[in-house]
Design a protein around this ligand. Structure first.
Ligand SMILES: Cc1ncc(COP(=O)(O)O)c(C=O)c1O
Length: 416
């Protein structure tokens, strides 16, 4: 029989979440995080016959030879998967502790690919307003209007019973972002996982702001991870990418639905760059966190700052929960200056070292105004609920010497 006579992969039954089937532990689970960041998916000695290379190779080929008429090769065409991207996917899965991973051209695309794969018209996704701007736009417009997949926004996100009430038998996914961008709200992963599982729904955690170096949602009960590679994982704004980590069956469904058939892929060179950057992830996250802690303390004590959102400050309303879920506070914070939009404008026009830019998670400190840049589309009522004050400035604390960042912010705040 020729392999093409077997039932094609896209005619198989789609992945369905089964609370009775826990994810399998990874074979490399005994290795430490930093060891996995260096070796998962590619070890120079294990791959010596194939590549004779110390570092993972870039295989920049978009088509692959068949060695025999009656056998499909592992790699066929660039739209399904390519070797360097596979190494990266294996490494991301290893860092999060998941069975597998499927990458995408951006974090936003990874979210789209996942929801598009698991939800059908009439289904729903339960989330809150504590999500990144483009995710909210997909949830509020694209999916409901184009696919008849509704998103329900839980208001009282700190209360597991509120999540429980929002979930019904048409819920295909519960999605939380913690800590959230830009207000650093923290959601209790274990508590929401418990209510989601009791109602037969999988929990997706967006781990972009903390990264697996500081937070392991799968160990806390989550089933799926959403990642933007563009932020701390790359760490320098030179790659746009995303991924979903989770059970093999789901990963394969996403791969065929949205990479193979639609072409929503990550390219080999970007994957290769990411492999270099991930090697230093935990070192960078430690320094981002210690710098951000110092900057947050400076801002919290500053007379011209009305409020600071940072999980590492004891004054953060969920500081105790954040300390249980995360090993450090991470590099992202936000703060409110007096004078609303005008106050934010003065500070953002006055910084000299800190760069006004839309991304976060880079080695250079950057600031951004959520009210006008990422959350401009929300209604005023939604912004009030989500904590997007007109004077809110998001600060991604980089790897510079912290006293230089503080000095720059101090001179900018003095102009208020
Ligand atoms: C928490 C979070 N997740 C996902 C994304 C989407 O990532 P990308 O910019 O790679 O599409 C973002 C982008 O801001 C984000 O902040």
């Amino acid at each position: 029989m020729h392999p093409s006579d077997e039932k094609p992969f896209f005619m198989r039954d789609p992945w369905v979440y089964d609370p009775e089937k826990p994810a399998q532990p990874r074979p490399d689970a005994a290795l430490g995080f930093d060891t996995r960041a260096l070796h998962a998916g590619f070890h120079p000695l294990e791959n010596v016959e194939q590549f004779r290379s110390f570092v993972p190779p870039i295989v920049q080929s978009m088509t692959y030879p068949y060695t025999s008429f009656d056998k499909f090769p592992d790699y066929i065409y660039g739209r399904s998967k390519t070797p360097t991207v596979s190494i990266l996917e294996e490494r991301l899965a290893a860092l999060e502790g998941g069975e597998g991973a499927v990458s995408a051209g951006s974090g936003s695309q990874a979210l789209f690919n996942l929801v598009f794969t698991i939800a059908r018209p009439g289904d729903n996704v339960v989330t809150s307003l504590n999500t990144f701007g483009e995710g909210y736009k997909q949830a509020a417009t694209i999916f409901p209007e184009r696919c008849n997949v509704q998103f329900r926004f839980v208001k009282d996100y700190g209360n597991p019973a509120a999540w429980d009430r929002a979930i019904d038998r048409k819920t295909r996914l519960v999605w939380v972002e913690t800590p959230s961008n830009p207000c650093l709200q923290v959601t209790d992963i274990a508590a929401v996982a418990e209510v989601a599982h009791a109602r037969g729904a999988p929990l997706l955690v967006d781990n972009t702001t903390a990264t697996a170096a500081l937070q392991k949602p799968l160990e806390l009960g989550a089933d799926l991870i959403l990642l933007s590679l563009t932020k701390f994982l790359a760490g320098n704004a030179t790659v746009l990418g995303g991924a979903i980590v989770g059970p093999e069956g789901l990963v394969e469904d996403v791969r065929w639905n949205t990479t193979e058939f639609v072409g929503a892929i990550l390219q080999p060179f970007e994957a290769w760059l990411m492999l270099q950057y991930l090697e230093t992830l935990s070192l960078r996250m430690e320094r981002h966190s210690s710098n951000a802690q110092k900057v947050a303390e400076f801002l919290a004590a500053h007379p011209r700052v009305r409020h600071v959102n940072y999980t590492g400050l004891p004054a953060h309303p969920q500081h105790e929960l954040a300390s249980r879920q995360m090993s450090a506070g991470g590099g992202l914070l936000s703060f409110i200056v007096p004078g609303g939009m005008a106050g934010a404008e003065i500070v953002m026009n006055s910084v000299r070292l800190v760069v006004h830019a839309v991304t976060f998670g880079t080695s250079r400190t950057s600031c951004m105004h959520p009210r006008t840049i990422t959350h401009e589309h929300m209604t005023q009522e939604e912004r009030d609920e989500a904590g997007i004050d007109d004077g809110l400035i998001r600060l991604s604390v980089g790897l510079e010497n912290p006293e230089d960042i503080i000095r720059d912010l101090d001179q900018a705040l003095a102009r208020l």
